[in-house]
Design a protein around this ligand. Structure first.
Ligand code: GLN
Length: 380
């Protein structure tokens, strides 16, 4: 294995989903729904295949999808972007993240992140030969100190990467926090990478795109995908929105990573993005009921549960149960209780910071969530 990747282990999601199967445990770990995406989107994919949309797509996205993404983005943010010059369709947001790092970050550069951060960020940066600098978001509200953030800027800082709504904490960056981040980006003349894949799963506050703040669009790459919003995580359709000069970097990396993304799935994605507002309302209200089952259940079992404003994740403190750390707790949970959760220490630059925490997902049908709660109530 290359030096770039030798320090990374099998992703925690793969590890945990394999254990779930091995022990017959209920999987509240990896964030994928155990229910299907909407019929009208699946039908659109089948139709696209039948209609012969089966050869390579245009590298940066089929025209219908680029247009649908720009319309959606304008509805959400008020920003009007050129669908031909400012949008790149990728194979999932994970590829968009990698293409952004590889296309816009130089070896030796530093990118600022907030721990905990999604595991692919650091691996993608490492492939780009660059380094993470990070400050930690602490419970209960996962806020940060502005002075601490300022202290990790250096002459090598190339960009700051945020994720809002935030996996794994469910935090949504407030307007004030985003304004601080924006002013630091502008002051230091650096880029911003904003992963917003959970933007439609918001329960407590309105989602704010970093790119929509004054002076930010021209330095921001906004990353998003279809998977979470349409419960189709296996389709791997993502995208990056950025001004033409930044898009050029992203597209060049994408061109040599995957060249293009599945044509019929892009066609169906363009249909999905035209969903009426009622689709998004229903999605939220379904997730609200699921979230209540998980949060109330965890509290009844004895966890300290931290508020989650968005995403389909909830962070809890497992220390009332007396385990040494998150990995030991999750191991017990799988083997003795029959429930899988994610030990979040792998998302921290300093794993110690996450050792008291455990992440659960509620993107499962209500029966599954109730069954998991019952197991925990009886056996934990
Ligand atoms: N984003 C999903 C999660 O956080 C996992 C995706 C993956 O397995 N790579 O659970």
């Amino acid at each position: 294995i290359s030096k770039r990747l030798e320090k990374f282990q099998t992703t925690i999601f793969t590890q945990m989903s394999m254990l779930a199967i091995k022990y017959g445990a209920i999987n509240l770990g990896q964030g994928f729904p155990n229910f299907d995406g909407p019929e009208f989107v699946k039908e659109a994919a089948i139709k696209a295949i039948r209609d012969g949309k089966n050869q390579y797509a245009r590298g940066y996205g089929i025209p219908e999808l680029n247009s649908a993404i720009s319309e959606r983005f304008e509805k959400d943010t008020g920003l009007s972007v050129d669908s031909e010059k400012e949008i790149t369709v990728t194979s999932g947001c994970t590829e968009a993240i990698a293409a952004t790092m590889l296309g816009l970050v130089n070896p030796g550069d530093e990118v600022i992140m907030f721990s905990p951060f999604y595991d692919s960020y650091q691996a993608a940066l490492s492939m780009a030969g660059a380094k993470v600098r990070s400050i930690t978001l602490h419970p209960p509200d996962f806020s940060f100190s502005v002075d601490e953030l300022k202290s990790i800027f250096s002459k090598n800082t190339r960009a700051i990467m945020i994720n809002t709504p935030h996996n794994p904490t469910g935090k949504m960056f407030t307007r004030e926090e985003l304004e601080v981040i924006a002013s630091l980006c502008i002051e230091n003349d650096i880029l911003a990478f904003s992963d917003e894949v959970y933007d439609k799963l918001t329960f407590e506050a309105e989602h704010i795109s970093l790119a929509s703040l004054p002076g930010m669009y021209e330095r921001t790459v906004t990353l998003n995908s279809l998977g979470k919003t349409f419960s189709l995580t296996g389709w791997k359709i993502g995208w990056a929105i950025a001004p033409p000069n930044l898009t050029w970097g992203v597209r060049q990396a994408h061109a040599f990573l995957t060249f293009a993304t599945s044509t019929p799935m892009q066609s169906a994605a363009s249909v999905a993005l035209g969903a009426p507002d009622t689709y998004y309302q229903e999605l939220r209200s379904n997730y609200l009921s699921k979230k209540a089952i998980l949060v109330d259940g965890l509290k009844a079992v004895g966890f300290i549960v931290y508020p989650s404003a968005g995403t389909y994740f909830v962070m809890a403190d497992h220390t009332p149960f007396g385990f040494e750390n998150d990995v030991a707790f999750c191991e017990h949970l799988i083997k003795e209780v029959g429930v899988v959760a994610i030990p979040p220490s792998v998302f921290y630059l300093n794993p110690e910071d996450g050792k008291n925490l455990v992440r659960f997902t509620f993107c499962k049908d209500e029966e599954t969530l109730r069954a998991a709660m019952k197991r925990m109530k009886e056996k934990l």
